[in-house]
Design a protein around this ligand. Structure first.
Ligand code: F6P
Length: 412
């Protein structure tokens, strides 16, 4: 290998569609650029859509037996490999080829052509059926599926995945590769035989749960809140609606492409006005973010629990984190679903710069403690007001937690 190329790296993504490759590629690029490491993405799908006038979103285009389709996709891949090499030849430090690169054939082509630079394959794996379904559903909002109904678009995308699966080989023989569980940010397999520039930094990035701007909001005031009642599915009061409108104005100038809520009326009513003032925004209710289920105490006030069920009241007070409501949940038992909800939300947000969750008091405490260390016994007491929200930045090189107030506004 020539000396002048030792600070250059060619990265090739690998994985079936909807496995998070593009999200990881673009977040990686942002991350590296902060350190003035010149990085560019060469995305085969984008190049195909730019170069070809005809619609290539129909599944048969991806059938390995469709010679015309195979030839065209190979041509696109070769153009992108050459462009990436030229970029490295000139000013670039890292070129990322973003494509499925699913077959051994394709990977051999890359290996043969990129012989002048160190080459790293990053494979993204996610076999979580439910999250894949949700991710595919989001993909069908892309312009290339707009001529189809949602149902046919989903069907078409799944067929495309099947065609790719039929030629897919996992990484195994390549000299330098890392297989990543892209939902859990966990390295499943790793083989690095050559000295690779930037690899320490890239590896650490791959295992970091990174959120550049995360807004954690609690729903506005509800009728149950007025009476200090827990659980239930109460709507917002007038004050709660005004809080939601104030949030909407606050976020009007930021782009929020998706708002995750629980399935409860109060979080959706808080998200609705925010969505209204956005150009493109959808609300995704996730059951993982439903408020703690207080079992036999649902819809009771804290005073009623103390009077009518004193032993429950006392036991919970003694060890609030580990206490589980009879017939319901405790903070301790919510942990699994909250972690899953966070993973789902991060995965489905793709590379959106702003991520928003509208949750509940106990839920938000748990979400917060995912990013901010707190002793377990302190988690059930984290301050979660209704007139402020948390702005969180958690990346490889920056951690920020800020509680921000938004000004309530009167009826508009
Ligand atoms: O707003 C009330 C509420 O969200 C209840 O639904 C829930 O049971 C409670 O807060 C959780 O807070 P704590 O664990 O402090 O009782």
């Amino acid at each position: 290998m020539m000396n002048r190329n030792t600070q250059k790296l060619f990265v090739a993504m690998v994985g079936l569609p909807a496995r998070g490759k593009s999200t990881i590629a673009s977040k990686l690029k942002e991350n590296l650029r902060k350190d003035a490491i010149k990085t560019r993405i060469f995305n085969n799908g984008q190049l195909r859509r730019r170069l070809m006038r005809e619609n290539t979103s129909y599944p048969e285009f991806y059938d390995p037996k469709n010679r015309e389709g195979v030839k065209l996709r190979e041509k696109i891949a070769l153009i992108n490999i050459e462009r990436a090499k030229r970029y490295l030849e000139k000013e670039g430090n890292i070129a990322i080829m973003d494509a499925t690169n699913a077959s051994l054939n394709r990977r051999n082509t890359i290996t043969n052509l990129v012989n002048n630079y160190p080459l790293l394959f990053i494979e993204c794996i996610n076999n979580d059926e439910e999250i894949l379904e949700a991710s595919i559903k989001r993909k069908t909002n892309l312009p290339e599926f707009q001529h189809l109904s949602e149902e046919s678009a989903i069907h078409s995308f799944k067929q495309r995945i099947n065609y790719y699966s039929s030629i897919y080989h996992k990484l195994q023989r390549e000299r330098n590769f890392v297989c990543l569980d892209s939902l859990d940010n966990k390295i499943l397999k790793e083989e690095i035989r050559d000295p690779l520039p930037y690899y320490d930094r890239i590896r650490d990035f791959l295992v970091t749960d990174s959120v550049s701007n995360f807004f954690l909001i609690r729903h506005g005031e509800t009728y149950f809140n007025l009476e200090n009642r827990i659980g239930g599915d109460s709507p917002l009061t007038e004050k709660g609606k005004a809080q939601a409108r104030a949030l909407a104005h606050y976020f009007q100038k930021k782009s929020v492409p998706v708002i995750f809520t629980s399935e409860k009326i109060r979080t959706i009513e808080t998200a609705d006005p925010i969505k209204e003032l956005q150009a493109h925004c959808s609300i995704i209710p996730l059951s993982e973010f439903n408020e703690i289920d207080s079992g036999v105490c649902e819809a009771m006030s804290y005073e009623e629990i103390r009077e009518r069920m004193p032993s429950i009241y006392a036991s919970r007070k003694l060890d609030k984190y580990n206490y589980v409501y009879p017939g319901g949940e405790g903070y301790v038992t919510m942990q699994g679903r909250i972690d899953r909800g966070i993973k789902k939300a991060l995965y489905l947000s793709g590379n959106a710069g702003n991520i928003m969750i509208v949750g509940h008091r106990a839920v938000n405490r748990m979400i917060l403690s995912h990013f901010l260390y707190r002793r377990r016994e302190d988690v059930p007491y984290i301050y979660i007001p209704q007139d402020k929200f948390y702005h969180i930045i958690a990346t490889q090189d920056k951690k920020l937690f800020q509680l921000k107030r938004f000004e309530p506004i009167s009826r508009t």
